[in-house]
Ligand binder design. Structure first.
Ligand code: AMP
Length: 480
């Protein structure tokens, strides 16, 4: 079950004009699971930029008229956002567009910089003015500053990468080029492909390449800068191999769509494996295995296969839920409208219930109550992530320890709190079996952070700082 996600980026490039906006629209649809707060598309037509962006889902923001108003072009960049830094506001919608001394640029970013606060305050002290509270603007600022002394936009980006720390998968558009970059640790995914008509497409996940009829070519490597231009494709690898790869393991557990393949590993297979491992590390006698739709389903299948306990569909998710007016705090309301139990499947049964993760524990408590009400006899919850014990600074919305139930309670205590008969978490020391052996970040589970971590960690840290200066705060929030 999911309420929050993070961001998705998408871009398309061709030597000849095409309906780049429509391609981005389909691409964003396939990336909607990565962020539902806002979305946007910027099209480049003969060096001029045309954009549309707003708060809301892709289907709400891009009406027929809004799409039709965007011209054909040779390239476009697009973004769907779940804000991990900065409030939901129009000013924070991406792609961010900037005009600078050498031209214009649009930039879409997935991830979180771990040194955003330091970089931003250094820029502010040198006179920079920011319009948004998102760290993407900091990246844009540094790239445009570097551009003054660099021979090309990609060289400026490469120089900027010397100072950026943390997670960034970027798609950047200049009037002539579409440029992709992945931070040297590769925290967030990024890949590219090509359509039969020769349009190059880049996206956070391969599911979005397929959605526009593109064949995936490969992942952008950690540290790589890939440039699409009229001259063809070029790759700059000066930052490759500088750091050990640290792909976020939670991409495999929860974020990514199961039909995506990240860094060569199919997400669906990783989730099946998670379920199989759980079946071996936390076996139990039961009649049926059910998954919480959608993110628990694949692991439930894996648990069923490895344990021999039949797989069943015990929970149904309302597909038409979209955005509800239920307050985020009203988790019970959210669960009731999103999920219902199939009584004939669960009544009088001993159930293994699989979900991808427990954060605060509220969702699981409501799901267990839902199943009990439908007559479940026993409920053994198995979770395909280890307990969250540490906040994430790289783009996953995992808050401070105060809001993480596993920081304060053992599995047995949590089982009691959520009303389950037993509870088992995925073993943290086996995460490598999900993410592959070439390196991954699991800091939210083990506290082993690959970078220095910020001292000022709130997701609305820029707003907080502004509100400490109420007389001037208002002027910083502009709307597009
Ligand atoms: P909670 O009620 O706080 O325990 O929320 C747990 C649910 O939130 C799980 O079912 C997950 O699918 C979902 N979830 C886990 N991690 C995240 C995250 N970083 N952002 C959003 N949703 C999450």
């Amino acid at each position: 079950m999911s309420v929050h996600e993070e961001c998705g980026v998408f871009g398309a490039f061709s030597a000849r004009p095409f309906d780049a906006a429509k391609m981005c629209y389909y691409g964003l649809y396939a990336l909607q699971h990565r962020g539902q707060e806002s979305c946007g598309i910027v099209v480049c037509d003969d060096g001029l930029f045309f954009s549309h962006k707003d708060l809301g889902l892709v289907s709400d923001v891009f009406t027929k008229d809004a799409l039709a108003a965007l011209p054909a072009g040779t390239m476009a960049v697009a973004h769907t956002r779940y804000g991990t830094t900065g409030k939901a506001s129009r000013a924070n919608c991406q792609p961010i567009e900037v005009n600078h001394q050498k031209g214009r640029m649009a930039i879409a970013h997935n991830g979180n910089l771990s040194n955003a606060a330091e970089l931003r305050s250094a820029l502010e002290l040198s006179g920079a003015i920011f319009h948004t509270s998102s760290d993407t603007e900091t990246i844009a600022y540094i790239v445009t500053k570097e551009r003054l002394g660099a021979p090309s936009i990609e060289e400026a980006l490469s120089r900027a990468m010397d100072t950026l720390e943390g997670a960034y998968s970027l798609i950047l558009m200049s009037p002539q080029k579409l440029i992709c970059a992945r931070d040297p640790r590769g925290f967030r995914p990024l890949c590219y492909g090509v359509t039969p008509d020769g349009v190059y497409v880049a996206a956070s996940e391969s599911c979005a390449l397929r959605a526009v009829g593109a064949e995936p070519v490969r992942d952008i490597e950690p540290g790589e800068i890939l440039i699409f231009s009229r001259d063809g494709i070029a790759s700059m690898r000066g930052h490759c191999g500088k750091e050990q790869k640290k792909l976020c393991v939670f991409e495999y557990i929860y974020f990514a769509r199961p039909d995506s393949v990240i860094d060569g590993q199919p997400v669906h297979e990783a989730r099946i494996r998670a379920g199989e491992i759980l079946a071996r590390t936390h076996p139990v006698s039961a009649d049926i295995v059910i998954g919480v739709p959608d993110s628990g389903l694949d692991a439930a299948l894996g648990y069923s296969r490895a344990s021999g306990i039949p797989y069943g569909i015990g929970l149904i998710k309302n597909k038409y839920i979209g955005r509800t007016f239920i307050a985020p705090e009203d988790r019970a309301g959210q669960v009731n409208i999103k999920l219902s139990a199939v009584e004939t499947v669960v009544k009088n049964r001993r159930i293994v219930l699989i979900d991808d993760s427990i954060v605060r524990g509220t969702t699981s408590g409501h799901i267990v109550a839902l199943l009990r009400k439908a007559g479940a006899r026993e409920i053994h919850m198995r979770v395909s992530a280890p307990p969250f014990l540490h906040p994430c600074f790289y783009g996953t919305d995992i808050d401070s320890c105060d809001h993480l139930i596993a920081c304060r309670h053992s599995a047995a205590e949590i089982a009691e709190m959520i009303g389950a008969d037993s509870l088992g978490f995925f073993p943290a020391d086996r995460l490598g079996e999900l993410a592959g052996s070439d390196g991954f970040c699991s800091a939210c589970f083990d506290g082993d952070y690959p970078t220095d971590i910020p001292s000022d960690t709130g997701k609305d840290r820029f707003e907080q700082r502004l509100s400490e200066r109420p007389a001037r705060g208002e002027r910083y929030e502009t709307s597009l």
